[in-house]
Design a protein around this ligand. Structure first.
Ligand code: 5GP
Length: 120
């Protein structure tokens, strides 16, 4: 059996990583090596290897991940804009083979108000 990815171990609670948000489908954590003042990772609980590994049945999950990214940006007041990045495959820079979306922005991450519900 394939070894559990670092993100599966974080989701299982084996590796500590404070969750800025979580629900039944995904978690949001800070990247441990931030490439921008705000650098979050939106990670599905389902251990899909990459976007290319997703199936049609995963379409609602993929949509949910984008929705969570958008809501996190709204909550963090990233009015100046933000980037969403998915590295797909080693050749594109993917290093953790458990699908994740990078959310990057130039605004500093506030320390408060990050754990509220995302519902409208
Ligand atoms: P990739 O290169 O696969 O698109 O992105 C993987 C990201 O996961 C990298 O930006 C890396 O810094 C981050 N990362 C790897 N291991 C850990 C970890 O144990 N904790 C956290 N918070 N981030 C991690």
């Amino acid at each position: 059996m394939a070894e559990a990815s670092v993100f599966s171990r974080i989701i299982a609670g084996d590796i500590p990583a404070p969750r800025l948000y979580e629900d039944d489908q995904c978690i949001v954590i800070k990247d441990r090596a931030p490439q921008a003042p705000t650098h979050l990772l939106i990670i599905p609980r389902k251990p899909l290897v990459s976007v290319a590994d997703a199936r049609e049945e995963d379409v609602p999950l993929l949509g949910h991940l984008l929705w969570v990214a958008s809501k996190m940006a709204e909550r963090l007041k990233l009015e100046d804009g933000f980037r969403l990045v998915i590295n797909n495959g080693r050749g594109a820079g993917q290093t953790v083979f458990h699908l994740h979306i990078h959310l990057l922005a130039q605004r500093e991450l506030p320390e408060e108000g990050l754990t509220e519900d995302l519902q409208d």
